[in-house]
Design a protein around this ligand. Structure first.
Ligand SMILES: NC(=O)c1ccc[n+]([C@@H]2O[C@H](COP(=O)([O-])OP(=O)(O)OC[C@H]3O[C@@H](n4cnc5c(N)ncnc54)[C@H](O)[C@@H]3O)[C@@H](O)[C@H]2O)c1
Length: 251
């Protein structure tokens, strides 16, 4: 399949895990990929891997929590190609602590990375997306947006808000023919979840609650992101797809 030839896709947090898999997925189907991460080395690595595999990519360093940094990234894209068809707001993080120990700074960080950063890209990328005939935004929410576990309340709240933001933007951006959807992954083995995966007790608990009995692979989340970003999802906006090995279906 070559669903993205002549299209330009931006992926935040593309330096590792799910974001890197999404960036590779777009490139393998013909897109030019803007590989955005706050970690310069990781962004460079992923863009380099894409180019080595025959794809097209440009690494851009940006911190989604920093307004001017996001505007600069969009300006770089404007100067480079002046084209943007797809934004994937994937950058995310968690401060794993009980709410009673959480500082205002930690709260603000989780909120800024997981929610406000995505809103910034959706806002600042609007003019470029409006010029596209295939415009789509895909936001990374989580099964944790509707369920939660200990030390995850702030993370869960931001992921529920990301789903809500996606529905709101779907309505707001529909007149510009920009579709906005979101993904709710279950547990995927990445840097973000390595603490769970490394702890045999927690790992077994998660797997016991996952009917398919295994963690997801970043590529399995990427496939759903590519679907939502593609013309295959041309009548979908304001919708979420759960990719969780059956976790949300189980008691
Ligand atoms: N891994 C899972 O099980 C899982 C489940 C549900 C949802 N998600 C969501 O998927 C997304 C990707 O998660 P992952 O597991 O691949 O995480 P990861 O930690 O492997 O990758 C996150 C990337 O985001 C980048 N990043 C973090 N803060 C940033 C900032 N301020 N500005 C720019 N880049 C920043 C990091 O440098 C890193 O490269 C996140 O939104 C996460 O909440 C993950």
């Amino acid at each position: 399949m070559n669903r993205f030839s002549d299209r330009y896709a931006l992926v935040t947090g593309a330096g590792s895990g799910i974001g890197a898999a999404i960036a590779h997925g777009f490139a393998s189907e013909g897109a030019f990929v803007y590989v955005i991460d706050m970690d310069a080395e990781k962004a460079q690595d992923v863009a380099g891997q894409i180019k080595n595999a025959g794809g097209e990519a440009l690494d851009i360093v940006a911190d989604v929590t920093d307004g001017p940094s996001v505007k600069k990234a969009i300006q770089k894209i404007t100067d480079h190609s002046g084209k943007l068809d797809i934004i994937v707001n994937n950058a995310g993080m968690n401060v794993r602590t009980d709410l009673r120990h959480m500082t205002d700074e930690e709260w603000d960080l989780v909120l800024q990375v997981n929610l406000v950063g995505g809103a910034r890209f959706a806002r600042d990328g609007l003019d470029l997306l409006r010029a596209s005939e295939h415009a789509a935004i895909v936001n990374l929410a989580s099964v944790m947006g509707t369920r939660s576990t200990r030390q995850m309340s702030a993370y869960s709240a931001t992921k529920a808000a990301m789903a809500s933001l996606s529905r709101g933007l779907a309505v707001e951006y529909a007149p510009y023919a920009i579709r906005v959807n979101y993904l709710c992954p279950g547990f995927v083995a990445t840097n973000l979840t390595s603490r769970f995966v490394r702890n045999p007790f927690v790992k077994d608990q998660i797997l016991a609650r996952t009917p398919m009995g295994r963690f997801g692979e970043p590529e399995e989340i990427a496939k759903a992101a590519l679907f939502l970003a593609s013309d295959d999802a041309s009548y979908m906006t304001g919708s979420g797809i759960t990719v969780d090995g059956g976790m949300m279906a189980a008691l």
